[in-house]
Design a protein around this ligand. Structure first.
Ligand SMILES: [Zn+2]
Ligand SMILES: [Zn+2]
Length: 269
């Protein structure tokens, strides 16, 4: 898989941010010759350019929720304006909106954006998914869903293919000192997960109502679920390269199985 965007909340730019995430959340998972895209932040834009070049013409897009840092790539995503593409576009229930199509409609209208989604030329099939559902994508790929703890709601996904299981858990928060037994069960034995590592435990009390989680909680969850690797995503805009280097060094010292993700990072498991 490839992490195309790992920054949370908003894009960042400038010298202190050159090595880790500048673009917002987007990841690409390859299962055989199938492509699954997770979230559509600004990292979706370079993924679109790559698809135009490498011949990918069919994929599934799974949206966790509709906050800007997870959808802002959609109006600028080249494959949506190309009739050669076929896309299944999935999302779960969110506060105030019922259908995946309505999310895109709300994002692409005057005065926010001059082009309506009717101008898309790709064959886009909007799909609405329930919590705790199992989606059969064909070719031996199954996607399971769960509800996350985030203002307005968010959907967590677990992709299963060829005996491997990967979970994508952002944005979500936790209750300090309490085990989220539902999430632990959802993550039981996964080979890898991407997790909302917005904060450190020491910072968490200040941001407890923001709907995000911590590096330390990622490691606690990994242990409780007997999971493999954790890829920390959703870096906060105040976290520059030096701060993420420090987190990375700390994680290595603790022999944890967490990795600080970077835009463009490719991993195989
Ligand atoms: Zn976010
Ligand atoms: Zn969010």
């Amino acid at each position: 898989m490839t992490f195309w965007g790992t920054r949370g909340t908003r894009m960042v730019t400038g010298d202190p941010f050159m090595r880790y995430g500048r673009k917002t959340i987007c990841a690409e998972v390859r299962c055989g010759n199938r492509v699954i895209v997770l979230d559509a932040g600004s990292g979706l834009v370079p993924l679109g350019s790559a698809m135009m070049k490498n011949g990918i013409r069919r994929f599934d897009l799974l949206l966790t929720h509709a906050h800007y840092d997870h959808v802002e790539g959609i109006p600028f995503f080249e494959p949506f304006y190309d009739p050669g593409f076929t896309v299944n576009f999935w999302s779960g229930k969110l506060k105030g909106i019922r259908r995946t199509r309505d999310i895109v409609d709300g994002l692409m209208k005057e005065p926010y954006f001059p082009i309506r989604q009717e101008k898309f030329l790709a064959d886009i099939r909007y799909r609405d998914v329930e919590d705790h559902a199992v989606i059969d994508l064909g070719d031996g790929i199954e996607v399971h869903t769960t509800r996350l703890h985030h203002p307005g709601g968010a959907t967590g996904y677990r992709i299963e293919y060829g005996g491997k299981r990967f979970a994508f858990i952002t944005d979500t928060t936790h209750a300090p000192g309490q085990r989220d037994t539902e999430l632990v069960a959802f993550l039981k034995g996964v080979d890898a997960l991407a997790y909302d590592c917005s904060y450190l435990d020491a910072e968490f009390p200040r941001f407890a109502s923001f709907g995000h989680s911590t590096w330390e909680e990622a490691e606690r969850l990994r242990e409780a679920a007997g999971a493999g690797r954790v890829f920390g995503i959703h870096h906060m805009p105040f976290r520059d390269d030096a701060a993420l280097d420090a987190i990375s060094a700390q994680i290595e010292k603790d022999k944890g199985l967490c990795t600080v993700t970077k835009d463009g990072m490719k991993v195989t498991f």
